[in-house]
Design a protein around this ligand. Structure first.
Ligand SMILES: Nc1nc2c(c(=O)[nH]1)N[C@@H](CN(C=O)c1ccc(C(=O)N[C@@H](CCC(=O)O)C(=O)O)cc1)CN2
Length: 289
């Protein structure tokens, strides 16, 4: 058996079509403002992709590309100005930040109503309380992808490997809110394979190339690979991206996301969906759904 492949592009396109339609119904195009510090090539590329796709979906987008040496106080002053500006609907600070800036101080400074990353403690709390709020983009994008492909969540035994604030923890909360039975495994989990073999829905977000091997997966399970690992090419060849899941798992799983081209594209599409949601909420409309 070879698993059904779950590419992100068609699901992201469906989400972006909905984003564009909702944006067009608002009195003014939603405005997203992104802040990036330094020139980390991956961050530069992700922010460029977000900016390009935002404009393509009919949103307005501004990028503040600040020097690496920008102080925390300077960054907090910029965020305070964006919070106070009624023309700004969504604010995103690209992560990771340089070591001299406290990620917590910065993320907590963003107005929760404009927090399109869903990282502010108010939004984290609403997620775990099962109430509507802005949700972190990669986990919310994964739920959209599962729904797009008609894969069940309710009643599924879900295992999330990884407990990061960006993916693992919020994904566990979202799956719980959709009535999955959720286990979170991590680097201190004894006998990881015994835990992952229980999963009908296995989501892996740890950043370890090919951590999950075929013997760790239940036959027919849905496997969501969130890992994006850049590995050097063999014999001096080109570096390439690989996931946290060994490609041989496709011989055991029922469905699997590829890397690249699986979960990655959902992150940006969901960010734009969150920006429209924020604008709808600020306009006094429905917002999260
Ligand atoms: N403020 C935030 N910072 C970061 C987030 C985030 O959600 N908010 N997530 C990641 C980076 N990220 C978006 O910011 C992101 C990661 C990966 C992709 C993606 O499309 N990946 C492609 C491969 C792209 C490549 O060649 O590198 C894929 O998986 O197919 C989009 C966005 C950390 N920072």
């Amino acid at each position: 058996m070879t698993a059904r492949l779950l590419p992100g592009a068609p699901a992201a396109a469906a989400l972006l079509a909905d984003v564009a339609a909702r944006a067009a119904r608002l009195p003014a195009p939603p405005r997203l403002v992104m802040v990036r510090l330094g020139d980390d090539p991956a961050s530069v590329s992700y922010v460029r992709g977000k900016d390009r796709q935002a404009r393509a979906a009919g949103l307005e987008s501004t990028v503040h590309a600040l020097p690496e040496a920008t102080t925390q106080a300077e960054l907090l002053a910029l965020i305070a100005g964006l919070n106070a500006d009624p023309a700004v609907n969504g604010i995103l600070v690209q992560l990771p930040l340089p070591a001299h800036v406290s990620e917590q101080a910065v993320l907590h400074a963003i107005d929760p109503r404009k927090d399109v990353d869903g990282f502010h403690p108010v939004n984290v709390g609403e997620l775990w309380a099962g109430r509507p709020a802005l949700r972190p983009c990669t986990p919310a994008g994964i739920l959209f992808l599962l729904d797009h492909y008609g894969l069940p969540v309710v009643g599924q035994r879900a295992v999330v490997v990884g407990r990061s604030h960006i993916v693992g923890r919020p994904l566990a909360g979202l799956l719980l809110n959709r009535d999955a039975t959720v286990t979170v495994a991590h680097s201190r989990t004894p006998d990881l394979a015994a835990v992952t073999r229980e999963a009908d829905l296995l989501c892996v977000a740890v950043g370890q190339p090919h951590l999950i091997t075929p013997g760790m997966v239940k036959a027919g399970a849905t496997v969501i690979d969130v890992g994006i690992n850049r590995v050097p090419g063999q014999d001096g060849g080109k570096a390439h991206l690989t996931g946290d899941v060994d490609p041989a798992v496709a011989e055991v799983a029922g469905a699997i996301t590829p890397v690249p081209g699986g979960v990655g594209p959902m992150t940006i599409a969901q960010l734009l969906a969150n920006t429209v949601t924020a604008a709808e909420m600020q306009a006094g409309g429905q917002g999260t759904r």
